[in-house]
Ligand binder design. Sequence first.
Ligand code: MF3
Ligand code: CO
Ligand code: CO
Length: 377
Amino acid sequence: MTDTTLRLSTGDVIGTTRSSRLFRTRVPRPAGTVRLGPERTGAARTNLSPVLQHAQPPAVLPQANEPCWCGSGRKYKRCHKPLEGRVLQGVVSPRLEVPAHIERPPYADTGIVQRWAEPRVKSPEVIERMRHAGHTAAAVLRLAGEFVRPGITTDEIDRYVHQLCIDRGAYPSPLNYNGFPKSVCTSANEVICHGIPDSRVLQDGDILNIDVTCYVGGVHGDTNATFFVGDVDPASRHLVQVTEECTWYGIEAVVPGRPLSDIGRAIESHAKKHRYGVVKAFIGHGIGEQFHTDIQVLHYYDQRANMIMRPGMTFTIEPMITMGTWQHKMVFDDDWTAVTADGKRTAQFEHTCLVTDDGVEVLTASGGASPSAPWRR
Ligand code: MF3
Ligand code: CO
Ligand code: CO
């Protein structure tokens, strides 16, 4: 057993844990982007015009044999009924601009992400800049979470986050990263991650993950949380709570000298206790001057994740936990949105972490949106 001191980025000690657990991670591999044909994805992708494809359902739904609300001319049961209660693709609004005085990451204009060798162990000077980027992302995420309510669209959240970043002198890292069209990821209900903000209206009872990344001072800070939209059912609330606990068990497993696999072991064992699934296709990642570097943080145990954690390393921990299967599929035509293969709900939390001499500093914790973080439990 190793003693780990948990510290906030303020330097405050928030707890001590003894750790000999295992762990894992995630990078946005547009995860083996399987393009499913219409016959496997239901009516939302059958021969519909773009306008119909992106239509949203009315408050009162038709009977099975009545015409579908989408205007396809087909019976509801042969059209959108199989997708009742599922998140549907909305309309994505035009790209937002970032003012010229904001420093832009190298991909901002081209959408092309070129990787370079970046030291895994950061200098004190880079770490200081990462603290600022982390705090900035945490503040933006908290405000975005407070903005969540039934009746608004995820596009409105995107516009809000975009402006919050700019107000803080930050570039919203997702914007044009590998062509991503918006400034934040918004992933509702069965959407695992990388949801694109659009015209979908948040419904009472939804759960919504907001994933904020800020580029400021030449480095990125990456953090996300899952928020409740109005009144959420107890099973979903439990999922969200356990997912945040998983995230913190993963963080507590960050110990210099230990392998990264400790993190996934800690996360997986807590998820399994509650019979939840752990998504494997997306992992935590090294972060710094680049949004994603070569450190891979699996959220499940794999003995091959044997890279040793060293003081000065920075990476994210961002488990995606599901109420059913861990498998995902890509059913939207955007090559980004990943949903659970069984349509059951999924939640996620994310922090950017720094390995310290005696444990971990959570660069995105202070002032952030973390209702069940250890110091509040
Ligand atoms: N913020 C996500 C992560 O945690 C990555 C989003 S990539 C984007 O790694 F292009 F979708 F923004
Ligand atoms: Co991340
Ligand atoms: Co993120």
